[in-house]
Design a protein around this ligand. Structure first.
Ligand code: BG6
Ligand code: MG
Length: 216
């Protein structure tokens, strides 16, 4: 249920910045090497979940069972490919309306946190120049349980000093919406309503909220 927002917690990949496609391309490269198909629709299952869990899902899709040493090597190989993209990104890849919406929340005195599964989140925010807009950053380095576990959002609320009932989570992944609901927070899905059925409301992007504010 949507309630009065006192704090906003944002996912990163696919909400603030268009990095979801780079995750997809890097995983696809791995699938290609092993000779199995991996579609954008398959990729929906990897959104929001940790790197290790993503690899497990990918291997399940490919019908592969590998030892843990090989899995560790593949996860780090995928990350190196992903970082090749990330080292080239700049502010032009911030999703439409994201920076404007963050600034408008700050102007309204709403506290802002990042709640991302990505261990690369600090690097990405730095490259985009968005880090100063966040009061709190909780990323994949700070949590032990992957979404849909609520840990990342609970920790963000805790660091903000905010009860769950005052927090709204902005998420593009089904696993992320589930994590926020389990934490007892309000949810705004970003993307396709058919993939985010459990969200309190779904919008195409943060630009729509900026447009609504302009209307008043
Ligand atoms: C999430 C992405 O934000 O971060 C997932 O939606 C990704 O696709 C996860 O696997 C972990 O990211 P990273 O950068 O630590 O590999
Ligand atoms: Mg995401």
């Amino acid at each position: 249920m949507i309630r009065e927002m006192r704090a906003a917690i944002f996912d990163l990949d696919g909400v603030i910045v268009d990095t979801a496609r780079y995750h997809y391309l890097a995983w696809k490269r791995l699938a290609d090497q092993y000779g199995f198909g991996f579609t954008e629709s398959d990729n929906e299952r990897l959104k929001g979940v940790s790197r290790v869990r993503s690899l497990e899902i990918l291997l399940e899709i490919g019908g592969l069972s590998l030892d843990s040493e090989t899995k560790t090597r593949l996860a780090s190989c995928k990350n190196e490919w992903y970082l090749e993209y990330i080292h080239k990104i700049d502010a032009s890849e911030i999703l439409p309306g994201a920076a404007k919406y963050l600034r408008s929340l700050r102007a309204r005195g709403i506290r802002i946190a990042l709640g991302s599964a990505s261990k690369n989140a600090p690097l990405i925010l730095e490259r985009l120049g968005l880090a100063p807009l966040f009061d709190v950053i909780v990323d994949g380095n700070k949590v032990s349980q992957a979404k849909p576990d609520p840990e990342v959002f609970q920790r963000a609320a805790g660091e903000l000093g905010m009860p769950a009932s005052g927090c709204i989570v902005f998420e593009d992944a089904e696993a992320g919406i589930e994590a926020a609901l389990r934490a007892g927070m309000g949810t705004v899905g970003i993307g396709n309503p058919s993939q985010l059925k459990n969200a309190d409301m779904v919008i195409a992007g943060l630009y729509q909220l900026v447009a609504l504010e302009a209307i008043g």
